[in-house]
Design a binder for this molecule. Structure first.
Ligand code: ADP
Ligand code: TRP
Length: 348
C-alpha cells in the first residue's frame, strides 16, 4: 500500500484504457466533520486516483451540509479543513478542479430548472428523506430535494462519471432520470452521467468493529492529533479469545485496518503472526499505530505547510471556482435557452 500522494501513472493508464470516451469525473463530499479513515479509504483515495484518468471536478458540498450543520462558524471551519485535507492527501489542483459548491451559484439556478421536471414520487422514494421520515424525524424541503441539487451538481459540469459509495448510486440514477426527462422535453441539453461505484476491499471498520462513521462515534481522523491517535488506536475493541490461540486474520478488524496502511510484506508477516497465535493485541495495536503514523506522515507534513499559508488554499479554491463557474455557465445557458428563458448572462 502506498502513502497518499498523486497516484502512479500505471493505475491511471489502466483506468483510462477501459473507458471508450474521454472521462469527465465529478464528485462531491460533504463537510460535515473532519475526514476519517473510512472517508479516505472509501472515497478520497479513489478521487485522487481518478484525477489522472480524465478531467476531474471535485467539490466540497457545503450546500448539502447546510441540511445538517447549523452553526455557521462550524460549517466555515469544516469547509476549510476539508480543502486543506484534500490537497494534503494528494488532490492536485493543477490536475483536478477543486472548489466549494456554493461558490458556483449557477448550480442553484439549475436546481430550479430541474425541480420543475421532478416528480414528487421520485423524491419520496429517495433514501435520505425516506429514512428520516421512517424514524418519525421532521424533514425539511432541503433534505427532500437534496437529490435534485445533487443532479444539478453533476449536470452543470457535463460529468459522465461519478465516483460514489453505494449509498449514493440511487441519487445518480435520479440525476439520469431528470436529465433524460429534460432532454426529452427540450432537446439534448444534458450529458447523462453514470455512477462508478467505489469498490473498497472492505468497509473500513471503526474503533468498535462496526462500519466507521461519524454517526457511530467510532472514527479515527486522518489528521488526528498525535496523542489522540495513539489513544484511539489503543482503545480499539478486541475480542476476548485467549491470546495463545491462533486466529484467522481475515475476520479481525484490527488486521483489516492494519492491511490498509502497512506494506505487502508487513501485512503478510502480520497475517502469519495471527495464524501462529501467542501474540497480544497490545502489540498489534502498536504496529497499527506505527503503520498509520507512517502512512499519513508525508500528507501531515504537507498539511502543516498548507495550513500555515492560508493564501495558497484561498487561491486554489478561487481558481477552482472560476473554472467551475465557466463550465457551469455554459451548461446553464444551454438549459435556459432550451426551456424558453432569456439566453444567459449576457442577455440578462
Ligand atoms: P459518515 O458515515 O462518517 O457520515 P459520509 O457519509 O460523509 O461518512 O461519507 C463520505 C464518503 O466516505 C462516502 O462516499 C462514503 O461511502 C465513504 N465512507 C464513509 N465511511 C466509510 C467506511 N467506514 N468505509 C468505506 N467508505 C466510507
Ligand atoms: N450527496 C453526496 C454525499 O452525501 C455528496 C454530493 C453532493 C455528491 N453532490 C454530489 C456526490 C454530486 C457526487 C456527485 O456523499
Amino acid at each position: 500500500m502506498t502513502s497518499p500522494e498523486p497516484a502512479n501513472a500505471n493505475a491511471s493508464d489502466a483506468a483510462a484504457a477501459k473507458e471508450p470516451t474521454q472521462l469527465r469525473v465529478l464528485s462531491g463530499i460533504q463537510p460535515t466533520g473532519r475526514f476519517h479513515w473510512g472517508n479516505y479509504f472509501g472515497a478520497i483515495r479513489q478521487y485522487i486516483d481518478l484525477q489522472h484518468a480524465g478531467d476531474a471536478y471535485y467539490f466540497i458540498a457545503d450546500l448539502h451540509a447546510l441540511t445538517t450543520v447549523r452553526e455557521p462558524e462550524v460549517l466555515r471551519s469544516f469547509v476549510r479543513e476539508a480543502a486543506l485535507d484534500l490537497v494534503a492527501l494528494g488532490l492536485d489542483p493543477k490536475r483536478a478542479t477543486l472548489f466549494v459548491q456554493s461558490d458556483v451559484p449557477e448550480v442553484t439556478e439549475l436546481t430550479w430548472l430541474l425541480l420543475t421536471v421532478t416528480p414528487m414520487g421520485l423524491l419520496e422514494r429517495c433514501h435520505a428523506y425516506k429514512e428520516k421520515k421512517a424514524k418519525g424525524l421532521p424533514a425539511d424541503a432541503g433534505l427532500f430535494t437534496y437529490p435534485v441539487l445533487m443532479a444539478a451538481d453533476i449536470l452543470a459540469y457535463d460529468a459522465n462519471t461519478v465516483p460514489v459509495g453505494d449509498d449514493q448510486v440511487q441519487h445518480v440514477e435520479v440525476c439520469r432520470d431528470l436529465a433524460g426527462t429534460f432532454n426529452h422535453l427540450y432537446g439534448e441539453v444534458f450529458t447523462l452521467p453514470k455512477a462508478r461505484v467505489i469498490e473498497t476491499a472492505a468497509r473500513v471498520p471503526g474503533t468498535d468493529g462496526q462500519k466507521m462513521s461519524k454517526s457511530y462515534d467510532n472514527t479515527i481522523q486522518v489528521f488526528e492529533e498525535p496523542g489522540k491517535l495513539k489513544k484511539k488506536v489503543m482503545r480499539i475493541t478486541t475480542d476476548s479469545r485467549p491470546m495463545e490461540a491462533p486466529k484467522d486474520p481475515e475476520t479481525d478488524h484490527l488486521f483489516e485496518l492494519y492491511r490498509l496502511m502497512a506494506s505487502a510484506e508487513e501485512t503478510a508477516a502480520m497475517a502469519e503472526t495471527y495464524r501462529r497465535g501467542g501474540f497480544g493485541y497490545g502489540e498489534i495495536k502498536k504496529a497499527l499505530h506505527a503503520a498509520a503514523e507512517q502512512f499519513f506522515a508525508e500528507a501531515r507534513t504537507r498539511r502543516e505547510a498548507l495550513a500555515a499559508d492560508p493564501a495558497t488554499i484561498d487561491g486554489i479554491l478561487e481558481e477552482g471556482a472560476a473554472r467551475a463557474r465557466e463550465q457551469a455557465t455554459r451548461v446553464l445557458d444551454r438549459a435556459r435557452a432550451a426551456c424558453g428563458l432569456s439566453r444567459g448572462r449576457g442577455d440578462r
